[in-house]
Design a protein around this ligand. Structure first.
Ligand SMILES: Cc1ncc(COP(=O)(O)O)c(C=O)c1O
Length: 416
């Protein structure tokens, strides 16, 4: 076998394979141009259309378009009245924004470890936290953390990589303990859990349309709910707390004065973004089929490599196939995950790391005193995970190159 590019060999590919490349086609380009020519750039008719199409796709009552998934998570906590003195249970194996928003509200994130096989929050660990670390507060009817005295008000499960969490168990725990369920479905537009569409299960669900996601608007997000009151409030809060949005204020419907109902936020989606989203959403199922095919090719290629653990397949769910991740069996390799990642990059294969466990980052260690060993499954995955390119923009040849490079790097680093 030739030398790795990292050590002076020739890379398998000449061109760098970008990780998470967006797949933008003519239809959305034309729609963006039409939007620019229409003179209506911000929240208007295209956002309304995208919301309607998304709501129909999910099969829920309300879909409210936002400028990010993070904005959705933040608004969900805001309308739930979660703030100082409150705690929210979530996973340590997620993107930082899932927990950032809890901190922005003045509340505290408390982590429950993930399942080793899926990386998703483990309902048993949530239950264990409530049973062993909380007591029922008779004044509020809520669970209070015995150590901090704070009230536990919500759970944010994250459907990691597009794989739905065990929602039946999570919803049951939430109902028993008066907790709101806010789903972080940034990766999971197409996901289903036991034939229920994600976005139609918990109290509120947030989706991301960031540039690398399954549906892309550049930056963008959506929050879904079946609760009329919450939906009404979300619409107001996403645009400064105004009683009437710009479309109503400035369109030919005529002048209507507005009131300020809350000190809201600037979280609205633009029509330019929705122009992309409308056409991206039309291809969502077609694109899923392509990623399912690539996922299968990767699984077949890596299934008999002893140094690699591939994602498990589960019945009763539909995985949204957002990220293809492998786990490195470090005991069989002479390198760590970061060295492995550097070797792939040197061979011109872009990769991602999803995710570094949050509790091991500087802020969490300093602020909450977390130490290695507290969430062993999240740490195990955090140390070994590597995400390979899965975009629908890739060709079968690109997928073949990734496989070739992974095998080459494994061959170089494996312990004989
Ligand atoms: C799990 C998870 N949650 C939330 C987000 C935030 O999404 P956005 O960038 O749309 O705010 C991301 C983004 O990558 C994510 O991966």
């Amino acid at each position: 076998m030739e030398k790795l590019a990292l050590f002076g060999g020739k890379p398998v590919r000449q061109e760098f394979l970008v990780f998470g490349a967006p797949d933008i086609r003519e239809a959305e380009i034309e729609e963006v141009v039409k939007t620019l020519k229409s003179g209506w750039l911000s929240t208007g008719p295209r956002v309304a259309r995208f919301e309607k199409d998304f709501k129909n796709y999910i099969g829920c009552k309300h879909a409210i378009a936002l400028n990010s998934c993070t904005a959705g998570l933040h608004l969900a906590l805001e309308i739930a009245g979660i703030g100082e003195g409150d705690e929210v249970i979530t996973t340590p194996l997620t993107f930082t924004s899932t927990a950032n928003v809890i901190i922005h509200q003045g509340a505290t994130p408390v982590f429950a470890d993930v399942e080793r096989e899926t990386g998703n929050i483990d309902p048993q660990r949530i239950e264990e936290f409530i049973k062993t670390k909380c007591r029922l507060d008779p004044k509020t009817g809520r669970q209070a953390n015995r150590q901090t005295g704070q009230l536990v008000k919500a759970i944010i499960p994250v459907h990691l990589y597009g794989r739905p969490c065990r929602m039946d168990e999570i919803v049951e725990i939430a109902n028993e303990n008066n907790l709101l369920v806010i789903e972080d479905a940034a990766h999971a537009v197409e996901a289903r859990y036991r034939n229920k569409k994600i976005g139609n299960i918990g109290d509120l669900t947030t989706f991301s349309f960031y540039a690398t996601k399954n549906v892309v608007t550049g930056e963008g997000g959506m929050i879904t709910t079946n609760n009329d009151e919450r939906a009404k409030k979300l619409r107001v809060l996403r645009l400064h707390g105004l009683s009437k949005d710009a479309w109503k204020r400035y369109s030919k419907e005529g002048f209507t004065p507005y009131d300020i109902l809350y000190p809201g936020f600037k979280y609205n989606m633009m029509d330019i973004q929705a122009a992309l989203g409308i056409h991206q959403l039309k291809r969502v199922e077609e694109n899923l089929k392509i990623r399912e095919k690539y996922f299968k090719i990767y699984n077949q290629a890596f299934s008999n490599i002893p140094e690699i653990e591939i994602p498990i397949e589960e019945k009763d769910i539909r995985h949204a196939r957002h990220l293809y991740t492998i786990l490195l069996k470090l005991e069989k390799l002479k390198c760590d995950r970061n060295q492995f990642a550097v070797a792939l990059q040197a061979e011109n294969i872009g990769i991602g790391i999803h995710f570094l466990a949050l509790h091991l980052s500087s802020y969490y260690k300093k602020k909450f005193g977390y130490k290695r060993g507290e969430f062993p499954n999240a740490e195990y995955i955090s140390d070994r995970t590597i995400s390979l390119p899965l975009s629908t923009k890739l060709t079968i040849k690109d997928i073949g190159d990734v496989i070739k490079v992974v095998k080459r790097v494994i061959f170089h680093y494996k312990i004989e």
